[in-house]
Design a protein around this ligand. Structure first.
Ligand SMILES: *Cc1c(COP(=O)(O)O)cnc(C)c1O
Length: 432
C-alpha cells in the first residue's frame, strides 16, 4: 500500500516510511491510496473468525508485503491481548469497553501496534530510533507502555509537572529501561514547544534518529478499526446495525470506525460526541470549519480546538458534504450534562461511565430519542478510575482500583526533572 499526503505536495510513501515519518514533509496527513473492500459474507459470518483473524484481515491490505505474514500475525496478536467486551447498559444502549488494556484507555491499541511495527522496521538499524513525545495525559502512558522493552527504540516523554493525574504520572515514570520520563517544571505548551524545536533542530537530527508517536501516525490510526469489528461480532441483531457514538477529540478514533465502514462494516449511523469544543458540531450545521482555541473541560482528552484527523474524514467522504451528513452527526455536551449523565447512569443502570464515555452516552441517548427504532453503542474510551477526581465526588463513593494498575501505584518514580527550554532537552538527548 502507498500513502499520499493530504496536502498533495509530498511524494507518496510506503507504510514503513509513513510510520517512521508520522507527518508528510509538506505537513499533510498520510492517507492510503486505496480503501480495501471486503466481501459482505465476511461480515455476515464474522462469528466464525477469531479476533486475531479479523484484525489480521483488516490490517493486512494496508501493509502489503512490508511486514512478513508471520511477523504481522505476531504483532496483531500482541496488540489485542486483552478483552474488549460489548456490555449491555439499557434495552437500546451498550458500551464497548476499550479500557482493559495496560494503561486503561483505548490508546493502548494504536500505541501497541505502532510500537511493534516500528520495532520491526528498525530491527537491523545500527542507529537506535528515539521516539519523542509531549503528553498532557493519556497518550504518554499508552506510548510508554506500548514501547516498553521494544528493541532498538528509546522513548523520551515530556510531561508538565503536577498537571497530570497521579495514576497517569505513575504510568509514565515507573517503567524505566528504554522509557525516559522528563518532568518539565512548566505547562503542556512548554513541553510541546521543546519537542517541536527538537524535531526542527538540524544538529540534533544528524546525531539522533528522531520520530514522534503522534496520534496522526497511520500505524496508530489504522489498527483502531479492529474493535469496531469486534463489536460487530458481539452485536446480536445483525439485521439492524448499530448507531455508534464515539467520544471525539482529535477524531482519530471515529475516523478509524468510518474507514472500517467504508470497507464494508455494517453501521447504521455515526455520532461524533464532543464536549464544549464543538468545531465539528458547528461545521455540520453551518458547513463552515472554524478552528478555535481549546476549552478546558472535565473530559480533557477531548479538549481539542482544531481536530487533526478531521481532514481524513472529509477525504473518506470525497469532500461531499451531503454524503458526510448522511453518515455522521455530531453533538456538543456540556460539563454539567456530563456530570448528570454519570450520576444517572450509575444510579439507574448500575453502570459507571468515565467523563468521556458519558459524553458519548448522552449524545447517543439524544439521537435515539429522535430515532426510536434504532439501537446503538458508545465507545467507553477510558476506565473511570483514571478520572477519579471528577467521578468520585459525583457518585459519592470510591472507585476500586483495578488489579492491573495496583502494582504501579507503589512503584518508585524514575524521572528527570527539567526546567522548560529546548537547550535543556537538547543537552539531555545528546548526553545519553
Ligand atoms: C484520546 C482520547 C479521546 C479522543 O480520541 P480521538 O481519537 O482524539 O478523537 C477520547 N477519550 C479518551 C479517554 C482519550 O484518551
Amino acid at each position: 500500500m502507498k500513502y499520499f499526503s493530504l496536502n498533495k505536495t509530498a511524494p507518496v510513501a510506503t507504510f514503513k516510511e509513513a510510520t517512521i515519518k508520522g507527518l508528510a514533509p509538506d505537513k499533510g496527513l498520510y492517507f492510503p491510496e486505496i480503501i480495501p473492500k471486503h466481501e459482505p459474507g465476511f461480515y455476515v459470518d464474522i462469528q466464525k473468525f477469531s479476533n486475531e483473524e479479523i484484525a489480521f484481515k483488516i490490517i493486512q491490505p494496508f501493509i502489503g508485503d512490508e511486514i512478513p505474514v508471520a511477523e504481522l500475525k505476531r504483532i496483531v496478536t500482541e496488540t489485542i491481548n486483552f478483552e474488549i467486551p460489548l456490555k449491555t447498559i439499557t434495552d437500546t444502549i451498550s458500551s464497548l469497553e476499550l479500557y482493559h488494556g495496560p494503561t486503561l484507555a483505548f490508546k493502548d491499541v494504536g500505541a501497541r501496534f505502532m510500537s511493534r511495527c516500528l520495532g520491526y522496521f528498525v530491527k537491523n538499524n545500527d542507529k537506535k530510533i528515539t521516539v519523542l513525545v509531549a503528553t498532557s495525559g493519556d497518550t504518554g502512558g499508552a506510548v510508554a507502555n506500548g514501547f516498553y522493552n521494544v528493541d532498538g527504540v528509546e522513548v523520551v516523554i515530556l510531561y508538565p509537572s503536577g498537571k497530570v493525574s497521579s495514576v497517569q504520572e505513575k504510568q509514565l515514570v515507573t517503567l524505566g529501561n528504554n522509557i525516559h520520563a522528563i518532568e518539565v517544571k512548566g505547562n503542556f505548551d512548554d513541553c510541546q514547544q521543546m519537542v517541536k524545536q527538537a524535531f526542527s533542530d538540524k544538529y540534533l537530527n544528524e546525531k539522533l534518529f528522531l520520530t514522534s508517536a503522534n496520534s496522526i501516525n497511520v500505524a496508530r490510526w489504522l489498527p483502531q478499526q479492529f474493535y469496531y469489528l469486534f463489536a460487530w461480532k458481539q452485536w446480536t441483531d445483525k439485521n439492524h446495525p448499530p448507531v455508534i457514538s464515539v467520544p471525539s477529540g482529535n477524531f482519530g478514533n471515529i475516523c478509524a470506525g468510518i474507514l472500517a465502514h467504508v470497507s464494508g462494516l455494517p453501521v447504521q449511523h455515526f455520532i461524533a460526541a464532543c464536549n464544549a469544543n464543538k468545531v465539528v458540531p458547528d461545521f455540520l450545521s453551518t458547513e463552515k470549519y472554524e478552528p478555535k482555541k481549546a476549552i478546558a473541560t472535565i473530559s480533557n482528552a477531548m479538549d481539542v480546538g482544531d481536530p487533526s484527523n478531521f481532514v481524513r474524514i472529509l477525504e473518506l467522504f470525497h469532500h461531499q458534504f451531503a454524503e458526510l451528513k448522511n453518515t455522521l452527526s455530531s453533538l456538543s455536551i456540556s460539563d454539567d450534562e456530563t456530570r448528570k449523565t454519570i450520576k444517572e447512569v450509575f444510579e439507574k443502570e448500575n453502570y459507571l461511565l468515565d467523563p468521556h464515555g458519558a459524553v458519548a452516552y448522552l449524545a447517543l441517548q439524544n439521537y435515539l430519542q429522535e430515532h426510536p427504532q434504532q439501537k446503538g453503542y458508545l465507545l467507553e474510551t477510558a476506565h473511570p478510575v483514571k478520572f477519579y477526581d471528577v467521578v468520585e465526588p459525583i457518585i459519592q463513593q470510591k472507585i476500586p482500583i483495578p488489579e492491573s494498575i495496583e502494582g504501579i501505584l507503589s512503584k518508585e518514580k524514575l524521572s528527570t526533572v527539567m526546567e522548560p527550554g529546548f537547550e535543556n532537552l537538547k543537552e539531555f538527548l545528546l548526553s545519553r
